[in-house]
Design a protein around this ligand. Structure first.
Ligand code: ADP
Ligand code: MG
Length: 428
């Protein structure tokens, strides 16, 4: 599957057509005359080029990394090796969570290019959520994805040697980690050129973030955990813009931030993005199915994502923990088995607490940092937007600083429900 060496060049339409036509397997998937293939650039992400190519018999998606951050330009270089890490992660996820990621068709390391299954008619889940669409299959799929990818890449499932090989394979993706370390864990809490927020309404709130030392300690503890806890292979950017859906299918895309980190970061990302969809909902126009039903579904989904993830993760652990952590030989007795079961609950409680903290960090960065999301951005009336954002930020601050007060996922959804009708004081 991997191609030989060659110099990197950006493959725009004509070059891409020639390149694909030169690969017999892909030529067969696309079908017909290469000259008649349609090639459309659809990248709406922040970093890369994505082309959709369609032929007489099928289509593919082609993703190529640029040597810089697309959103910002050539002034912000970014290593091409991230495409290789994305490909490695996608392969691993396909193996551990079959059917929940796009099938890989081709990878060329020197071109930083990956060809994958065209997801159609899937849409980016965030767009569906803004339109108040409910996805009944989402909980089952995302909880399976997270439980399996996180459990099977952890010390609970791997030998120490396998685990360290895994860490090494992704250690080179540090430039992508650094983006997270800066944009999520640092910049929103200090003056940074790229920060922005809904001004003037959130001016005082933005200033309060820079002056809140309890928050600075909390975000720094989370940053340290992100940097220094290689628990499992993370997707690393598991927000609702990295998930494509239909009524009945879920596919996770875009794992270019993958590395070995704390499991709570992925789980927290999903929870955070659902919570933002919840708070944004009241700022949007009425929806056909009704906003109230959608909002109830979102909060129920937040609860079920955690509960199902936790149940599946524990089942995997109970069924076959072949890893070097918690050696089987230490818990072989009846007493040992009982004690280990209590320990598993303690482990999940600690993981829950991590997820709550990371979810809070993810919410805060979307409101004050560089990268915002359409859940809030598409609320045209900026005062309404600020109200939705201020509610989300209030929850996030509590989750980050008073994390221990959130013992269960119902504590999180209960607090969100209360804040849904809270009237924040805005700057003017
Ligand atoms: P980036 O890393 O730049 O964020 P993404 O991997 O998120 O790039 O892809 C950008 C966009 O391209 C997605 O939002 C989606 O609309 C589209 N896309 C990506 N992969 C596929 C695919 N396999 N099938 C269809 N569309 C895709
Ligand atoms: Mg993306």
């Amino acid at each position: 599957m991997a191609q030989g060496q060659g110099d990197y060049r950006i493959l725009h339409e004509a070059a891409l057509r020639d390149y694909l036509a030169g690969l017999p397997e892909l030529k067969a998937v696309l079908g017909g005359e290469p000259a008649r293939w349609t090639i459309t650039e659809v990248g709406d992400g922040n970093l890369n080029l994505v082309f959709i190519v369609k032929g007489a018999s099928g289509g593919v998606a082609v993703k190529q990394a640029l040597p810089y951050v697309r959103l910002v330009g050539e002034s912000w270089p970014l290593p091409l090796s991230r495409a290789h890490h994305e490909y490695l992660a996608l392969s691993k996820q396909a193996q551990l969570a079959p059917g929940l990621v796009p099938a890989l068709l081709h990878h060329n390391e020197s071109l930083a290019l990956t060809v994958m299954e065209l997801l159609e008619p899937h849409i980016i889940m965030r767009k569906g959520l803004v339109a108040a669409t409910q996805y009944p299959g989402f909980v089952g799929d995302i909880s399976t994805f997270m439980a399996r990818t996180l459990f099977f890449t952890s010390d609970l499932a791997l030998t120490a040697a396998e685990k360290k090989e895994g860490i090494a394979a992704f250690a080179g993706n540090h430039a992508l980690c650094k983006i997270t370390e800066d944009l999520i864990f640092t910049d929103p809490y200090r003056i940074a050129e790229q920060n922005r927020w809904t001004a003037p309404y959130l001016d005082a709130l933005a200033a309060s973030l820079r002056d809140d030392m309890e928050l600075h300690v909390a975000i720094s503890r989370l940053k340290l955990k992100f940097m220094a806890s290689p628990e499992a292979l993370l997707h690393g950017d598991l927000h609702t813009g990295s998930i494509m859906v239909t009524d009945s299918q879920t596919r996770v895309i875009d794992p270019e931030f993958a590395f070995y980190g704390p499991m709570g970061f992925d789980v927290g990302a999903v929870l955070a993005n659902l919570l933002m969809a919840y708070f944004a909902s009241s700022g949007h126009e009425r929806a056909p199915g009704g906003r109230a039903a959608f909002e109830a579904w979102v909060l129920e989904t937040v609860e079920q994502v955690w509960n199902e993830f936790s149940r599946k993760f524990l089942d995997l652990w109970r069924a076959g923990a072949a890893g070097d952590a918690y050696p089987v030989s230490l818990f072989a007795s009846e007493k040992g088995a009982a004690r280990l079961e209590v320990e598993r609950q303690t482990y999940m409680q600690r993981l829950f607490t991590d997820a709550v903290g990371f979810a809070a960090a993810k919410i805060t960065r979307r409101i004050f940092g560089l990268a915002h999301n359409i859940d809030f951005e598409l609320i045209e009336d900026s005062k309404k937007r600020a109200i939705s954002e201020a509610r989300a930020v209030r929850l996030a601050r509590a989750m980050m600083v008073e994390t221990g007060a959130f013992r269960t996922i119902a504590d999180v959804t209960g607090a969100a429900r209360k804040l849904r009708v809270w009237r924040p004081e805005l700057s003017s």
